[in-house]
Write a protein that binds this ligand. Sequence first.
Ligand code: CP3
Length: 355
Amino acid sequence: MVKNPVRSEGDAFLRACRGEPAAHTPVWFMRQAGRSQPSYRRLRETHTLMEIVRDPRLAAGVTVSPVEDLGVDAAILFSDIMVPLEPMGVAFEIREGVGPIVADPIRTAAQVARLVELDPARDVPYVLEAVERAAASLAVPVIGFAGAPFTLACYLVEGGPSRGYIEVKRFMWSQPDVFRALMEHLTRNMQAYLAAQAAAGARALQVFDSWVGALAPDDYEAHVAPHMARLFAGLRHVPTLAFGVGTSGLIEAIARTGPAVVGLDWRVDLAVARDRLGADRPVQGNLDPAVLLAPWARVAEAARGVLARNGARPGHIFNLGHGVLPETDPAQLQRLVALVHEETRAATHEGEQTS
Ligand code: CP3
């Protein structure tokens, strides 16, 4: 196969972020670096998650390895959404199998006022160096990321993972001005953090609003959307991706906040979502991560279903609706990447010839 130097395989992801046709549908996975990988599990026998994150060589190595192991079209920085909170004055630990636990949950105006401003170069130089190192050794783009203000606020106010998010909702409704101050602090600082990652070599930026699907549409509009709009408006020089779970009722509102790409989880039909958003809005998703635990024939069928729902529309980044489950066999991920590439190569070439 002759490679087109302009449309090289390395830029399929960025082309899709811009809504342009690509040589194949790009694919990467959230949590592609993690416990599904034997090499990561071996590294975790001798290092904690935070030790890996704070060592740029190790973090860059973990960032790069899924590109080599799986053949994905993008790498995501190996870090965690909680990392920039520590220099802001928030003590936390990440408990295995549970998630982040915040020592002193935020419930008062005084606690919000005590939050420190993040200076990325001074406070998290290891993150920026990990981005630089990974970008230097990869032909595919490195995606930088941050937690979205609401999802970070969930951890800060709840103090840890939550089922109903009732404490953050109680806080949002009973102290709306203090909640707004918290969201403003997080928005301003995550914008600086994301811009620093882009300056270090991240070619796209994903904002993880994992728990925003807990909100009613009116609450999303009133308490979250204005902050997201400000966040994305400050990051216009790099493609941005908005990610959330359980957001079927929010995708139009999320799109209006201005990300280049809207993430979809598996609870929404991708064809319906693309119709709702307009065909020119790029989307990312949306295979159920649990499907990868099924026999390969079911994985292939489900993946073909996602591709068929997209049809030949450009601007589709294939991904899971949430992160890779630790129980996933990496061989299934590898076959999935190959299937997405093979099944979309011919279709997009045809599309290009007729357009
Ligand atoms: O490959 C990648 O996706 C990049 C690395 C990455 C991690 N966390 C590493 C990690 C990314 C993008 C994140 C973001 C993150 N962290 C989110 C948003 C995405 C999502 O999953 O919704 C959230 C909510 C967190 C908070 C967090 N950190 C959780 C819920 C957990 C899981 C706890 C567990 O043990 O299951 C973590 C820990 C964490 N962050 C792991 C990894 C690979 C688990 C593995 C480990 O402990 O080594």
